[in-house]
Design a binder for this molecule. Structure first.
Ligand SMILES: [Zn+2]
Length: 453
């Protein structure tokens, strides 16, 4: 009987050469910079009939003028009009994502890879990045659409909770608001949008990622010609975000649910530690998600998010919603999970689950058909400046020990005072001190030399 083990008696060596083999897959990733500073990254996918693209402009709502919130989002509405959606569909493709965040404006989609579609795409990118579609007609139409969106948002408690979260990251502005309010939006002029575009849509602030069966250099030349009118000035960066710990509550009593975030600052993204970062946060988020189950309801949604640009801090957040009457359980149960981690260390079973999940994720990326998504290429370019070779990240992950995870979480995240943010009736929920105090105590005890028994 054929036995893999007998063929390759040294399993560790076999695994390593497999990883080295796959690392060469990154030979198909190419990077270059267009004449005006736009960074372009692509992965040649030999067996893919489509082109996928992902464009990031690294400016967002936090770059709106102070008295004109909502400009970046308004502009996004005018860069791609509904007619373009239709054009993509007629060509067998689609627009996947068009969005504005605090720190980005993004545009992505997919289209069959033909020479004609390649030229079509280059032209679409040009219209998107130069604002060529901004006109009086679409401007008035989109203004109505946005006023309508603001109305819908006013009733969305989750959005309010997220806006409150923004208060913990003050950037010279207490309450960042992506859509802006009705008064501002009513008075926006085309010239406001144009000046945002002129300032921020410049080569060094733009990243384009594409995947598909094409030659990088040929595509580079095509984009270079099509995007030659995009300016190339350096875009001045906003002040770095500052995390302000504290208790942020909005006691909105007409709500039937209580929304909350427990938020810790996380360190500025460091490419050298990315495997440890995902391992550590994956562990803690798993612990909280599985530790806090109310009846049959998983009331918790947990997440960690880096914040752009590279070098800014991110945050680790435990987020959820529940009935206000269950509010009293939230603080003690979350706090106990954290203090247990500080005092008793990492539980090996969970550690191994997270490690193998993470390993699977790295390994999934290896299959030919999958490769890197255009989205992950684009974000890798911003966060890391390049794409980590597959094998390299995997090797780093395999070397991580439970004590590394504990040390990282304590030193880089849990030792900072948190922010508590709620929206809704939080009268049953305990105080800030009931959450933060025992965590601080546990940290202090860890620093004491242990008594000899
Ligand atoms: Zn919108």
């Amino acid at each position: 009987m054929l036995n893999l083990k007998s063929l390759f008696p040294d399993q560790a060596k076999f695994q390593k050469s497999l990883r080295d083999f796959y690392a060469h897959r990154n030979d198909f990733v190419r990077q270059s910079i267009l004449d005006n500073g736009i960074q372009f990254i692509s992965q040649n996918r030999l067996f893919d009939n489509n082109i996928e693209f992902y464009i990031i402009v690294e400016s967002g709502s936090l770059d709106d003028p102070d008295d004109k919130e909502g400009i970046a989002h308004f502009l996004e509405h005018l860069l791609v009009d509904p007619e373009l959606n239709h054009e993509f569909e007629q060509r067998g493709g689609n627009i996947e994502n068009l969005a504005t965040s605090f720190t980005t404006v993004r545009f992505s989609g997919k289209i069959p890879n033909t020479h004609e579609n390649q030229s079509f795409l280059a032209d679409v990118f040009k219209k998107f990045l130069t604002g060529e579609r901004i006109s009086e007609i679409t401007f008035d139409k989109e203004k109505k659409r946005i006023l309508n969106e603001i109305g819908i948002q006013a009733d969305n408690s989750g959005t309010h909770a997220l806006t409150l979260l923004g208060q913990a990251f003050r950037a010279g502005r207490a309450d960042p608001n992506i859509m802006g309010n009705r008064d501002i939006v009513r008075n926006v002029k085309i010239s406001d949008l144009q000046s945002y575009l002129d300032k921020h849509f410049s080569g060094p602030n733009i990243y384009i990622a594409m995947t598909g069966k094409f030659d990088h250099q040929e595509m580079h030349n095509k984009l270079n010609t099509a995007l030659s009118t995009v300016p190339s000035h350096t875009v001045s960066k906003r002040d770095p975000l500052v995390f302000v710990p504290g208790d942020y509550r909005n006691e909105n009593t007409h709500l039937m649910q209580l929304y909350f975030h427990f938020c810790f600052p996380s360190p500025a993204h460091n490419p050298a530690k990315s495997a440890l970062y995902s391992m550590a946060y994956g562990y803690l988020l798993h612990k909280v998600t599985h530790g806090l189950v109310f009846g049959n309801d998983l009331c918790y949604h947990t997440e960690s998010r880096p914040i752009l640009p590279l070098g800014s801090p991110g945050y680790l957040s435990f987020t959820g919603n529940l009935m206000p009457e269950d509010g009293s359980r939230v603080i003690p149960e979350t706090r106990d999970i954290i203090t247990t981690l500080i005092e008793d260390g990492i539980d090996i079973d969970t550690f191994n689950i997270i490690k193998s999940l993470q390993l699977q994720e790295y390994q999934n990326q290896k299959f030919w058909r999958k490769g890197h998504s255009a989205e992950s290429l684009a974000f890798n370019l911003i966060y890391n400046g390049s794409v980590h070779p597959f094998g390299e990240e995997e090797n780093k992950l395999l070397d991580i020990r439970p004590e590394d995870v504990q040390k990282f979480l304590i030193e880089e995240t849990l030792s900072h005072a948190p922010a508590i943010i709620t929206y809704g009736d939080s009268s049953k929920m305990g105080s800030y001190e009931e959450f933060a105090g025992p965590i601080q105590d546990a940290l202090a005890r860890q620093n004491q030399p242990k008594a000899k028994l």
